[in-house]
Every structure is written in C-alpha cells, then in structure tokens.
Design a protein. Sequence first.
Length: 183
Amino acid sequence: MDYPDLSALPAELREEVTARGSLNVFRMLMHSPALAPGVLALGDAVLGRNSLPDPLRELAIVRVGHVYRAAYEVHHHENIARLVGLGEEAIAAAATGSSENLSAAEAAVLSATDRLLARHSLDDAERKELLAFLTVNQLADLVITVGFYQLICDFLNTFEVTTAGEGAPPYGETPPGGSDEGR
C-alpha cells in the first residue's frame, strides 16, 4: 500500500509525523486522519508515561511483535529495548517465549503477555503472580501496553509497513506530548 500524500493533510498532522522522525508507521497511519491523533496520543502515553519499568515494557512490546510476526515492530522495539537496558537474553526470550535465564519479574511479564495474547485475560492466580512484582498501576499499564501493540501490529501487518526509506529513528528524543521517560 502506498503512503498517503502528506502534503494533502492538515498542517498539524504533517507536524505530528515530522515530530516523530517521519517513521513509516506514522506516515502510514495518516490514511486515518481522524483517528491518527488519538492513536498517536495513546502511543505517546504508553511510551512516555507508562508506570512499568522501561525494560519490562519493552519486553512485552517485543513479545507482541514476535507473536504477531510484525518485523517492523520487532526491529524498532528491539533497538529501544537495548537503549533502556533490556538484556540480550531477555530480547531473545521475547522471540521464543522461553523464560529461561530471565529474572522472576521478566518471566512473569513474558508469561502474562503470552496469556493476554492467547486468552485476552488473566485469571486470579495470574494476576496474583504479577502483583508479586508489579503494582496494580503497573499491571494495568501492562495490559494496556499489550493491547495497544496488538492494534499497532495489526495495522503494520495489514498495511505491510517496512523500514524501507526510513531515516534514523528519534529514539532518544522526547515524544510529542510526553516525557522522555519510558522511551
């Protein structure tokens, strides 16, 4: 699918894409100009205001990308995962779903991510397991993070978004509307 003509969009949408480094996902998202601002705002919140520790957030995101076979998502979020300190063993575990050699918290988040992807919910025992490592706020943010990246991976796969033609991603910069925490 071709990218939309950004010059035909309102200036504020063009600025939103530019502020995010004109990455292909944001360019393609402009096929939905009415919904794009809300999707971008939620994405900024998930990355910039998430209560999960950054490495655990990225572990969940990379796992979603692998389960959805969304190469674009995996590419970008493996890089972000490294920037925020997620170890290579945990990044590899996100590809396989194996919790071998992970910390207890990483293993719990990886397992919960798989359960959410497979069953779309967590039972009492699973919530209790996570709450040994996470606050209720962090658990809520984990569920929202997994759900948001399911949406994004569906979008990326449907529109066959690739990294072709992208410049250097602005990973270290502050997301619009957010802080650079969680980035």
